[in-house]
Design a protein around this ligand. Sequence first.
Ligand SMILES: Nc1ncnc2c1ncn2[C@@H]1O[C@H](COP(=O)(O)OP(=O)(O)OP(=O)(O)O)[C@@H](O)[C@H]1O
Length: 383
Amino acid sequence: MIEFSSVTKQYPDGTIAVDNLDLHIESGSFTVFVGPSGCGKTTSMRMINRMITPTSGTITLDGKDISTVDPVKLRLGIGYVIQSAGLLPHRSVVDNVATVPVLQGTSRREARKAALEVLERVGLDLSMATRYPAQLSGGQQQRVGVARALAADPPILLMDEPFSAVDPVVREDLQNEMQRLQGELKKTIIFVTHDIDEAVKLGDHVAVFSRGGKLEQYDAPQRILAAPATDFVSDFVGRDRGYRGLSFRGSGAVALHEIRTATEAQLPELRLGQGEWVLVVSDAGTPRGWIDVTGVEAIRAGRSVGDSTSAGGSLFTAGNDLRQALDSAISSPSGIGVAVDAHGAVTGGIDATEVIEQLAKQRKDEDRARNEGFFAGENANQQ
Ligand SMILES: Nc1ncnc2c1ncn2[C@@H]1O[C@H](COP(=O)(O)OP(=O)(O)OP(=O)(O)O)[C@@H](O)[C@H]1O
């Protein structure tokens, strides 16, 4: 457990980077510090491993004031990942990861063996292990950065904008990997980002800071989206926060309906009315695209299947969240979102109104549960 008590950091030029911060971080939690540039996220994080010293206030780690702990010893228990990965350019990937364990006295052979295991754990192909950092992509370097921070198995991991320098697709991969890793490792992670989407995706707790180092809200991500505590938070999380909040709602209870499908071989024989759509599938049942009456006529006139079908929308898997289900429906040319199984085969469809009905039902159930809780509490008080 990490506890900030009335922590302020004022730099010598008078800048107040962190203003009277009180924060309680549970062991094993994934806490994200989010806010605009210059709001004191990095300063707050670096005070935890004593790279920066608070001007006033105390930080305790499992009840012990960290200002009384030798910084070198303290940092042995705190992994640190930064945006540029910070790898040593003249050491191979495996030796970069083995650096800290070797410094701690592990033999080079043992440390390398362990390093390979950690590299595998963060999803890096082991053929990269003998390369030098410059021979890796940005995303691969970040994986090595995470592996290096994990190599000494520290209970705490500090991550300062680790994924902000890579493209959006790689970034999503790294975020998913991080979620998977945390599911396995259960470290105490403090993660800094200025991207609210990243914050609510990764964090089980999110701390929103505003300029001047003020903590505006510290809450579960769904609460940050559903009930912003201040105007600042409401502006910061953005206008489509309601839509983004759908990602915290499971789609499991939405019944899928059957979708009319056809394989390429069946297309010339299709009889469709105006406004009707059929999903073209491979022999294995995976979606290829949508076709309507105009497309079928084009095929009969000799056009290729590719030229006669409309590309499908996004896909979702039963059990994914409502945001994915809704996105699938509204991005689909037919208005029907396509659900697939783990092998990519179509399992059914959903339209946007069904998603919204499910949302309304979940909210009604929540209201009922809240009211029942409230009246139960009231009765208890009367007794
Ligand atoms: N060494 C320093 N001396 C003076 N001011 C500093 C120093 N380091 C940071 N600051 C200032 O303190 C404030 C908080 O900086 P900090 O880096 O903690 O913010 P941040 O939220 O992490 O920003 P970013 O997202 O841009 O990294 C900023 O106004 C910054 O200019």
